[in-house]
Design a protein around this ligand. Structure first.
Ligand SMILES: Nc1ncnc2c1ncn2[C@@H]1O[C@H](COP(=O)(O)OP(=O)(O)OP(=O)(O)O)[C@@H](O)[C@H]1O
Ligand SMILES: [Mg+2]
Length: 388
């Protein structure tokens, strides 16, 4: 279990992490979600004692990292996949780490097997593809068989197969009762990987919530309905006090009505009672991306086009567990909403400038350089070597 209380980190005038209080429980995967520059890596470094908090503290199983007797046996971490001497093989990299931590050498072969690198363990790590390097990083994290595992953006730059492997692997680690804390700005990936989410923006906690309730918060549903007698239908629905909006005809779709705060059942039954024919009755749900942008919209530090949003959103949008309602039907589900369509919840600062740097974009201003493309041959070799 990881517990942060009032965790704060300032770099000069930049407050990278601002009074973060959260807990990460064992037995499940907890996603650490936030836009680029939100403070995820800084938080992880503080958990691992690599950065000293300016205020507050963070404990692992009740103790500070520096007070852990055998840290590698209690906490494993993957912060930077390419942190390995390029001329060392995976095996020799793991061996020196094991030896310096009094971990038996046979554990090296075990972790190589677990991550599927046995067949290429003798090759120089400098020639590994990003996927293989991530596996090696995970092997290092597992070396001491720790109960707590931290992964900083482990799927960045991976191909779909690598992403799937990591996702399944995290589930397995959590299933074994470990505490698994994994950061990402890829919301849809986190929705599949994590059972619990800690969402931050500009170093502040925006929400700690189960993934399920996060998804539900994104589900601001509306009903789209159309039929040959649209005007009558409008009258019937508004007559029931429903909020109805007209959606004019476009090239792709005929004119329809958008009804909020209702269900397809209610609309269908109301139309049925007055004998109205319907040609369409569909429910549309808010997307996860919408909810995420809603929650972090005012807290995105770096934005496309060199925009830097003004001061921090005071208090965040509703605090833990309470994101505001997702945007209206004009907000597309894509990661990059058009200018002015996304309100800035809680900040009162009006619309957010175009293109927040959020889902689907790897790397960041403070992050590692863009990872190299993966090498299919090397991946294939790893596969032949027998992936778990
Ligand atoms: N060593 C440092 N010196 C000065 N500022 C720093 C340092 N490390 C991080 N920062 C700043 O702290 C803020 C948070 O950075 P951090 O790397 O923790 O964000 P992140 O959420 O991991 O982002 P990304 O998704 O891009 O990896 C940024 O404004 C960054 O510029
Ligand atoms: Mg980071």
């Amino acid at each position: 279990m990881i517990e942060a209380r009032g965790l704060t980190k300032r770099y000069g005038r930049t407050t990278a992490v601002n009074a973060l209080t959260f807990s990460v429980q064992p037995g499940k995967v907890t996603g650490f979600l936030g836009p680029n520059g939100a403070g995820k890596s800084t938080t992880m470094r503080m958990i691992l004692g690599l950065d000293h908090p300016s205020a507050g503290d963070v404990r692992i199983g009740g103790r500070r990292y520096a007070d852990l007797k055998e840290p590698l046996r209690e906490v494993g971490a993957l912060l930077e996949a390419k942190w390995v001497h390029p001329n060392r093989s995976a095996r020799s990299h793991l061996r020196w780490m094991a030896a310096s931590n009094r971990i038996p050498a046979k554990r090296v072969d075990e972790v190589l097997e677990i991550v599927g690198l046995t067949g290429v363990a003798g090759r120089r790590a400098g020639g590994y593809s990003l996927g293989m390097a991530q596996r090696l990083g995970i092997a290092v994290a597992l070396l001491g068989d720790p109960g707590v595992l931290l992964f900083d953006e482990p799927v960045n730059g991976l191909d779909p197969e690598g992403i799937l492997w990591i996702r399944q692997f995290m589930h397995r680690l959590a299933h074994e009762g470990r505490t698994v804390f994994v950061s990402s700005h890829l919301l849809s990936e986190m929705a599949l990987t994590a059972q619990e989410l800690i969402v931050i923006g500009r170093g502040r906690l925006i929400a700690q919530t189960s993934t399920k309730s996060f998804i539900e918060s994104a589900s601001d549903s509306s009903v789209r309905v159309r039929g040959p007698e649209l005007a009558r239908l409008y009258g019937v629905l508004t007559g029931q006090g429903l909020a109805v909006q007209e959606a004019p005809a476009t090239e792709d779709s005929p004119a329809a009505l958008i009804v909020r705060g209702t269900s397809t059942e209610q609309v269908g039954e109301l139309a049925g009672t007055v004998g109205l024919v319907l040609h369409e009755l569909t429910e549309s749900r808010g997307s996860l991306e919408q909810a995420f942008i809603q929650m972090t919209g005012g807290d995105v530090e770096y934005q496309a086009g060199g925009h830097t949003s003004a001061g921090p959103a005071p208090g965040g949008p509703g605090g833990p567990g309470g994101p505001g309602g997702p945007g209206g039907p004009g907000v597309p589900s894509a990661a990059f909403p058009p200018p002015g369509t996304v309100p800035s919840p809680g900040s009162g600062a009006g619309p957010v400038p175009p293109g927040p740097v959020i889902p689907g974009v790897s790397g960041g201003p403070a992050g590692a350089p863009a990872p190299p493309a993966s090498q299919p041959e090397a991946e294939a070799e790893a596969r032949r070597a027998g992936k778990p």
